[in-house]
Design a protein around this ligand. Sequence first.
Ligand code: SAH
Length: 491
Amino acid sequence: MEVKKNDIFTVTITDTGNEGEGIGRVSVPGGKEPCAAGTAQTDTLSADTLSGTGADAAGGFTLFIKDAVIGDTVRAKVMKAKKNYAYAKLEKVIEPSPFRVTPLCPFSRQCGGCQLQALSYEKQLEFKEKKIRNNLIRIGGLSPERVEEIMEPIIGMDDPWHYRNKAQFPFGTDKDGNVVTGFYAGRTHTIIPNTDCALGVPENRLVLETILSHMKRFHISAYDEQTGEGLLRHVLIRKGFQSGQLMVCLIINGSRFPEEETLADALWQLPGMTSLSVNTNRERTNVILGRKLRVVRGTGFIEDAIGGVTFRISPLSFYQVNPVQTEKLYSQALAYAGLTGTETVWDLYCGIGTISLFLAKQAGKVYGVEIVPDAIRDARQNARLNGITNAEFFVGKAEEVLPEKYEKEGIHADVIVVDPPRKGCDERCLETMVKMQPERIVYVSCDSATLARDVKWLRENGYEIVKGRGCDMFGGTVHVETVVLMSRGKD
Ligand code: SAH
């Protein structure tokens, strides 16, 4: 029998998919019975990994159900059916999972930013740890026993809420003509009013309400994506967790915000207010920030510290969003780097030099490489700000700068740290790293699948994985950071 749209199933959720969706298996009459081993093999499955395998191989028919939690028994309606799996909609939780919790945010299902809010935090960590381990096995080619040996327990958060130091809220107009701010409902551009995102700091609400009442008082419009008219597009808020400083940036479709000084007076009633600026973005685009920035009041930046290094952060700079966990992750990277004070370290994909400056105190010399020129400018400024003189930064692609320096200048590395974007390292970069023969490679990544792919490559080229660890920087979501230590000539 074929599964079709609108079919209803009652199913027990036995797994969590890569996007946080619940996974359950049913046996379809006329199809093969699920094999007993089926569920043991399905950790962090996604439709991608399933496609191509027959229903027989997978053992029954697989349903991917958004908002269903591992351990739930649910009723679900098929929305889109394929040969051996389907996406289904959660109709009713018949028997709730013991791991199901009430989300802190009443909008978590509509928003889609937090895929795992209904899952207990302990289980979230288990899911993330499993995801890393499975990627190392499936993609990295490690044996389950080896993974068991090398993996250290995931670094969880003491408080998995209100951890983000940065928030960007879109502004719009509701059907009654009132200016609203909140978040986009999952995969749409409809704003659901909410000034109190559970991942952000409590100050966000105070800032947003101050701005909303200012707009009402002075009849200021919100931007309309459809027409390209209206003024206020987004508000960006950043808080320095160490310094307590607060920065607000208004992103507007224009150059001035009406009664800026009055708004500044109102905002400066809030503790920690340090900077108010206006960013101009007149483009019809999804990109939030424009390039032009004007300071209305205050410094134009805030300062914050990670691991004793102070960073100056402007509205346009990149800065890790969870400083508490970032410090833990980088401490782990530092421990894996095994520095004694004399080593030459390369920090590839260095951003504003967060890792470089963190390592500099314990290294002989640190070189950072980053593609974005503004980030390198910030990195150099941050080095000066902290009196760090043994860090040097280069603008360019890691896969171009490193080979060039190696081939032309014969540079040396005792340790190489990489923290690439989701797509991982370019093979040219990996090739040069291996040619440079560092004793250790510390690989930090926000995507354990591409990390595992690169680990496999490095293992085939003379490096072995020695230790690995997850670090949760994004509670409530499916994302997780991973750090691994690879060593030359082991295995
Ligand atoms: N380690 C930094 C940032 C890591 S994010 C921190 O913790 O702050 C990854 C960085 O890689 C981004 O800053 C991005 O701009 C940069 N990047 C992307 N592709 C690159 C490439 N090919 N070469 C060098 N840097 C690159």
